[in-house]
Ligand binder design. Sequence first.
Ligand code: AMP
Ligand code: ZN
Length: 665
Amino acid sequence: MTIKDKIEALREELREHNYNYYVLDNATITDYEFDIKLKELEKLEKEHPEFFDANSPTQRVGGGITKNFDTITHKNRMYSLDNSYSKEDLLDWEKRLQKNLGTTEIEYTCELKYDGASINLTFENGKFLRAVTRGDGFQGDDVTTNVKTIKSIPLIPKKDFLLDFEMRGEIILPLDGFNRMNEERVANGEEAYRNPRNTASGSLKLQDSSEVAKRPLDCLLYQVVTNERKYETHYESLEAARNSGFKVPQTIILAKNIDEVLEFVNSWDEKRHDLPYETDGVVVKVNNLLQQEELGYTSKSPRWAIAYKFKAEQVTTVLNEITYQVGRTGAITPVANLEPVHLAGTVVKRASLHNADQIEKLDIRLGDTVFVEKGGEIIPKIIKVDLSKRPENSVATVYATHCPECDTELIRTEGDAKHYCPNEFGCAPQITGRIQHFISRKAMDIDGLGGETVDLLRKEGLIKNYADLYELTKEQVIPLERMAEKSAQNMIDGIKKSKEIPFEKVLFALGIRFVGETVAKKLAKHFKSMDNLMQADFETLIAVDEIGDRIAKSILDFSSNEGNIELVKRLKSYGIQLEVSAESMENQTDKLKGKAFVVSGVFHQLSRNELKKAIEDNGGKVSSSISKKTDFVVAGDKMGPSKLAKAEDLGIAIISEQDFIDMIN
Ligand code: AMP
Ligand code: ZN
């Protein structure tokens, strides 16, 4: 046997042992024997560095340090899930599916919703390449070095699976491991970790991977993403993944209808407390992958999946006080200050009351005993008041009339649930909040400047708005508390670098009320520059797809405000991107302007996403279902029969992939 063969044989053997131990939970050798073999392999690899392999079992003990986690754009976006809470919600969902697919023959899978940190594992040519966190769904952090230490993840899956693919899953901290970690911490006089989920996601961002290796993390997989059309169903693809070495929990089942889904949910509502890890619900998915493709996505989540949340835990406590928080847009949120109470592993002291209507609806009063509930969300909710415990002579709550921060009279416009403080440029939390939003990751993504520093800079009078950031100098910030030469330089560099951020993100960063990420993208694409947007009138604005009265009014308010005009002018003078770049305009045409497309079936030259992008890049619009407004259906193989019938019925042009390509070239 050559040295190379020997090394390979040892690696293969250790991989199998890892699999038996970490995935199957069924060790076939002792830890000691394993260590001896691992040492032997380490020695051989050291003597023969020419046979180095990043995916060798020796590479899993950690040691690598990550200073900065690189931002990686996901090849396929990582979506959220819609939530459901009742049988009715699920039946509604089923109805939508049946309508969209034009069939009642839909099979489902039920999986538990594992409560940890989402991860995307990329494999290339059958080998593990990288692990990236979900981040904002479009981009995440490269945490490869840390994730590699999780031994239940196969770095080289067994043959017969796919070659190029992504595995999506959840990095979790099983409960006994979590408790063990906490016992150790407490014994060392350290503070206990609060919950497994946060500890799992925190672990991924540790700089020293050998620290990560010590933590009993695990990875449960729930989704295979690939362009290879090897499997027809979700269930089948997960079984194949499991057979090739991935830890796919055995709890997954197939369900023929919503009743069977509910049976699954009900059976786990109790049993889940015996699981070795935490779960807060069930994820139901359409099993057939072609049907999944047919259904597609909304702007936030797949239409083919839904989460069902287990009924949350409830406790009662007393309402001591209602205070009011001012957000960055001036929106007022009433907060219930509660008698502290234990709930789902944490102590709850506060709960959001949303708005004046909610307070009225609950008829909640000081001194009331209230039911508090906590689902997967971080902020607990007040469900109702226990009227039997209401103190005598209690008085109805009167909503605040003035801003708690600047004492300006609050306003509430017709049709708006929230009250606002109109003192946009003079109200401290609005000033700070707007700048914090401006620098945040999804906006200008300014490194080296955090939310607290923003508040400090404002208090010191160094900034009053986001434009002021660009005039800060190192000399000005060095004297600030906890600021050193280096951090000051980082901050100034980070601010400077944000001048490269593309227009759509800048537009989002400006913090115009109701202009979130998706709307900002739409507006940027449509108007191409801030000047065009600010000159648009009401009619022009609402003519844009998905821009309604509310958003249009808010944009007009923004554009007609002298303060904002001045700010935008200043941003422009500093070189901030206030129009779409030439680069992003490349390949963009108006060829399909005003035309609505529906894409259906399987394609060969372009992927479905590329096809949709091509439609949008050429000025067309992609919608998910066929209606009278549809101009073209681009039909691939295996187009859904109901869509075909509907298109024919409405006399809509059905074109092939090649027809489409000819159309844009
Ligand atoms: P949410 O963050 O509430 O929108 O829920 C979506 C997240 O649920 C995904 O990003 C996944 O990380 C997580 N998740 C946990 N278990 C599953 C599962 N079985 N299938 C799909 N997603 C899951
Ligand atoms: Zn105010």
